[in-house]
Write a new protein. Sequence first.
Length: 228
Amino acid sequence: MLSATAFAGKQGTLIFSDDFNRNESQEIKDEIGKEWGSNSKSRAKGNKQVDLKDGAMHIYRHAEADHAVSVTHPAEFKDGTVELRFMLENAGDSLGLNFADLKFKEVHAGHLCMVKISTKDITISDLKTGKMGKEIYAVRKAKQPLTDTQKEKLKSTENKFQNKLENGKWHDLEVTIKGDTMTVTIDGMETASFSSEGIAHPTKRTLRLSVPKKAVIDDLKIYNNKSS
């Protein structure tokens, strides 16, 4: 824990990068460009929730939204790394990086694995074999009690790490997936690492940036780290 690490992503193949240094033609609806999508039309009545300004992507949940903001981009790899700079302006803000495969129907909405970063902690979740797996998701959606076996399974597919961040300040983030392990590095220091079988899903196809309140993103890069 908390040891300096190399930037593993730079050893792989860069498959996408974005510095968000561009202008929008209007300020009413999301107009992100570069193959980015969002759920603003389906979950926020079309109201703008993503704003490109000052060379960064500002994500904020609209008052009429019924779901966290999800900003998506294709990201196809088995093992890979996402690097970016981020800022959480308020103490209650958080940023999630969710890796999905919408072609895989054994989980809800393609959810495979995720890391959620707040100003207090980091949570890494195996969603494929955990709470988004078809069986457990159906029970939870129906608001039925989980079996003891299902409860134990959920506990084994998620881990939380204490990690305080200063809000209102830019931080460097690197999230690397290698086999069944997800490793998180913030400001050059390894802060969290967790292994679970669902993380090793062979076809991550989409990156979702999940923002329940607000977050600012810049200088994003996605690498495919092909296994040797």
